[in-house]
Design a protein around this ligand. Sequence first.
Ligand SMILES: *[C@@H]1O[C@H](CO)[C@@H](O)[C@H](O)[C@H]1NC(C)=O
Ligand SMILES: *[C@@H]1O[C@H](CO)[C@@H](O)[C@H](O)[C@H]1NC(C)=O
Length: 429
Amino acid sequence: MAASNGVFYHILGLATCVAFIYLSFGDIDFHFPEPKMSFVARNGTQFVVDGKSFYVNGWNSYWLMDQAVEEHSRPRVRLMFQTGAKMGLTVCRTWAFNDGTYNALQVSPGHFDERVFKALDRVIVEAQRHGIRLLLSLANNLEHYGGKTQYVKWAWEEGIGLSSSNDSFFFDPSIRSYFKIYLKTLLTRKNHLSGIQYKDDPAIFAWELMNEPRCMSDASGDTLQDWIEEMAGYVKSIDKKHLLTVGLEGFYGPTCPPEKLAVNPGEWFSTLGSDFIRNSKISAIDFASVHVYPDSWLVNAELNEKIKYISKWVISHIEDGDTELKKPVLFTEFGLSNRNKDFDHSHRDMFYKSVFDIIYDSAKKNGAGAGAFVWQFMVDGMEEYNDDFGIIPDQRPSMYRLIKDQSCRLAVLRHGQDTVKRNFNKICD
Ligand SMILES: *[C@@H]1O[C@H](CO)[C@@H](O)[C@H](O)[C@H]1NC(C)=O
Ligand SMILES: *[C@@H]1O[C@H](CO)[C@@H](O)[C@H](O)[C@H]1NC(C)=O
């Protein structure tokens, strides 16, 4: 960063200087200065920023909005972005929903807590200050932070006659309109710090309709397909600047050819009502999203088997992006559980490296493999937010190094060897 400070200051003026000095203080910040953050766009299978391919070395911290509400926990947000920036990470995926639970953003249908909206405003501004963009997820298939179950409860409370299934989230017209009210409120929210509406804010990398949508009550996949089409169209009718993805786990469904179905971890996985290729092909969907969880998919397998399987899974989805979809593919969650028998941290290093290598090989050839997001990072003192995947990067030197190396080689693809050397020779040696 040091080499480019001169230009940077002149362009940005005093206000940003102060922020910049603050960020750099005591640490080498590993980010290429963007005088003005631009929107991430797409050209075929590539993400593009300022005319050059853009890659994601990313992570998940689902808790950012939640922690930004109250003053005592707020510093964790800045600390997390500082840590991400030091590792050269480019995008953070986080929840932009909290429906009906503690510190809810949406307290009841169409009613929002301004305090929590201000917290989300802060998260966005803080990310931008650290040169990091956000992939914001808009709903949860799971119950965590409300999810589709909460929407269904709300409808019951209003006396709307529903089928008993939680999947009425996807097909009930009243619930669809609840969700659209939330979408519109969020997309048109004016950030109280920056004055920018979310739909016009380039610090937002993209929107994700839902975390891990499944609609098991309709295994044909038609119900979920219809919901995605309607909601994707609705988002685009308000916001044409941001990219949009579904948030799928990536299972191949009924319309996929047999050789693709054979890549699923088991036959059951094609019956969940999602259908990776069909869902991701929808024209308003700009890129595909895939999750990677070998521990829950291959319960009794050895580490080597898991890594082998995961390579096949990741390669198969990148190939879909290259040939069928002609869109970038992001692995928006990947993780290895510490509850495995004989777990050792070196297993995670091996697993992560296998994912990173495949992404890099694809990116090097201008393929659809555009990046991956670790599930999940935290900062110190957040045990109650942990699951069996959480990592505090500063406490895991070999992992830290691995992630930084991935940032470095992806930065070389984007910026060229000379530029990376010139700016970051101490980091990317
Ligand atoms: C998109 O990519 C193609 C192939 O690399 C290139 O020829 C074209 O100029 C790009 N279009 C834009 C708008 O960048
Ligand atoms: C809906 O989800 C909740 C939470 O997972 C569960 O308790 C409830 O039984 C579900 N309802 C139906 C009808 O499946």
